[in-house]
Design a protein around this ligand. Structure first.
Ligand code: FEO
Length: 386
């Protein structure tokens, strides 16, 4: 695939993967992107996952058309990109491997390779001239591993952005598709490191960027402000949408029914954007994305073994690990003989930053009755003005 006359796509599509990083469902697959820059010197930008080895090596052979690669630039060592470093080193013994001071110790951990005389270590702001093209390297620690770096090609003004601006899916070219799946990708995988992403965005703001080539998903060529704005919102933990997510963890359906009634109460009070999410039937990665999307969340949970129904406990654990913050989170519990979910949810939320828990917390005894329905009405009233 041609990106520009001298920059070509050599990555691999993976349409059959069940779980990316062994945890995220990818119904539309994922791509492992890699690029070749053709110039007086040739550079391959990253390798691909083991699942794409044959396709990638074949793509490189075709694009190079008899030439040998001079450089392999390693922007990120995670195996969805770095898995083929040893194969590349063996296939192209003249090529120099380009990384930073944190890259090469990781290569030694993953592979038993002798790279003596074959490495080029770059630093913040360092450049590598290929002829007409010059790569400028910017360190991007924790976006998404410590050794991550991005490369800005100065002539064509292209940012090779590593995991940043990546997304799940092999068909995520439209902005709307991109923003859903890129948000799920970003918030679940890189979400913990908002401060580090902000630092990278500051560096990017000083560059004239005409195109972004990430390591997953489509190359971004138009309306780059849209994508940069999304990253600004996500990395600063701000909500994207005024609205309420009601996340339900219901065993037999009574808690879910209460979530539905609360949604109707909110809509009846003029709340335009209300979504009920059944955590028992939804992968937690989608729940995390939605919790970050809205400014207010209601957690409605059945009591289980004196604590939380497991999918709610998992949901909150994920939110905590992704640095969830700056939200209003209301609580609804159900319990037939000893309701304890509100106490447990409150305990988990107290360890997160800037979480406001409005009153009342609502207790349902088995199924909604007149008293608990009234309490839900009261909570709806509080939420629409929160
Ligand atoms: Fe796509 Fe952090 O690897």
């Amino acid at each position: 695939m041609v990106i520009t006359d001298e920059i070509l796509y050599v990555g691999a599509e993976d349409r059959n993967l069940d779980l990316f990083e062994s945890q995220y469902p990818v119904s539309d697959g994922v791509t492992y992107n890699s690029y070749v820059i053709l110039d007086e010197k040739t550079a391959v930008m990253d390798t691909v996952d083991n699942r794409g080895t044959a396709q990638w090596l074949d793509n490189i052979r075709k694009v190079l058309d008899g030439r040998k690669p001079d450089y392999l630039v390693i922007s990120h060592m995670e195996p969805d990109h770095g898995a083929n470093i040893a194969r590349f080193v063996e296939a192209y013994p003249e090529a120099v491997i380009v990384g930073n001071a944190k890259t090469f110790p990781m290569i030694s951990q993953f592979f038993d390779l002798n790279l003596t005389g074959r490495t080029l270590t770059v630093k913040e702001g360092g450049t590598l001239s290929l002829g007409r093209h010059t790569l400028q390297f910017l360190m991007a620690p924790m976006v998404h591993w410590p050794e991550a770096m991005v490369a800005y090609e100065q002539t064509e003004k292209i940012l090779f952005s590593a995991d940043a601006f990546g997304t799940f899916g092999v068909n995520s070219g439209l902005k709307e598709q991109w923003s859903e799946e890129a948000a799920r990708y970003y918030l679940n995988i890189v979400g913990k490191y908002g401060a580090q992403v902000q630092a990278l965005l500051k560096k990017a703001a000083a560059l004239d960027i005409q195109m972004i080539c990430p390591l997953h998903g489509p190359v971004l060529k138009e309306d780059l402000g849209y994508y940069l704005d999304k990253y600004q919102i996500w990395s600063s933990y701000e909500p994207e949408q005024k609205g309420v997510l009601i996340a339900s963890a219901s065993i037999h359906g009574n808690t879910l029914a209460a979530a539905g009634e609360l949604a109707d109460m909110l809509r009846g009070r003029g709340e335009e954007c209300v979504e009920v999410l059944d955590l028992t039937r939804t992968d937690v990665s989608y729940g995390v994305r939605k919790a970050f999307f809205y400014d207010r969340v209601v957690l409605a949970c059945a009591t289980y073994d004196g604590g939380l129904f497991p999918c709610m406990e998992e949901f909150l654990a994920h939110l905590k690990s992704k640095n969830y913050q700056k939200r209003t989170v209301a609580l609804v519990e159900n319990g037939t003989w000893a309701p304890g979910a509100v106490r447990a949810m409150r305990g988990m939320l107290e360890s997160m930053k800037q979480i406001t828990i409005p009153e009342p917390a609502v207790t349902i005894r088995s199924a909604l009755n007149e008293d608990s329905r009234r309490a839900l009405e009261e909570l709806a009233e509080v939420l629409v003005t929160a």
